[in-house]
Design a protein around this ligand. Sequence first.
Ligand code: AMP
Length: 215
Amino acid sequence: MRLILLGAPGAGKGTVAKMLTALDGSVQISTGDILRAAVKDGTELGKEAQGYMTRGELVPDSLIMGIMGERLLEDDCQGGFLLDGFPRTIPQAEELKALLAKLSIDLDFAVNLDVPRDVILDRLTTRRTCSNSDCAEIYNVKSKPPSVEGICDICGSPVIQRDDETEEAISKRLDTFNEQTAPLVDFYTGEDMLLNVNATSSDVVVDAIKEKLGS
Ligand code: AMP
């Protein structure tokens, strides 16, 4: 499958993407994970992106399009991909459309994970993430704690609270989402490509996607 996962930070895009990869081998492409790995490795990209990320702002479109232009050409994308956290602005969506047309790749559709703001706030403040960017398993101190506190069940790396999951950064990220990313719902509605799901649970989202794909 080739899907775009839209939704506020904390809507469950990463969790749903991981569940979908297990279905047909499509790869999850998370621009957030790619950027966090670059910050950790101290690459030029990481140095450029870090300030924006810590402040809860978006990284410039040109950096993101550079990453995605290369990532979509990698072999593992041939079996399908789930775009998690990209596109996040109208210019990114326009450039993605042009890029996919150039590569003769058709998307199935874009899924909007619709979650009320109070649920998002609660999820983000209680969310914890595996610090190993190749794993990036997501936990929640209330609903899905790791079996051993602070240690990832999958890879054994420390499980941490992200730098941009302080209350101040979360509030800024949600404002950024409302201003710059929410308009993508109208964009993909206009393209006749939108599946809107009341994303109370990840299972509900995955079932709605499977139904629309006819599988
Ligand atoms: P995420 O893990 O998807 O919430 O992304 C974490 C941070 O990475 C965001 O708050 C942005 O600073 C940056 N980021 C991730 N994806 C994008 C994107 N498509 N466009 C701009 N910035 C992004």
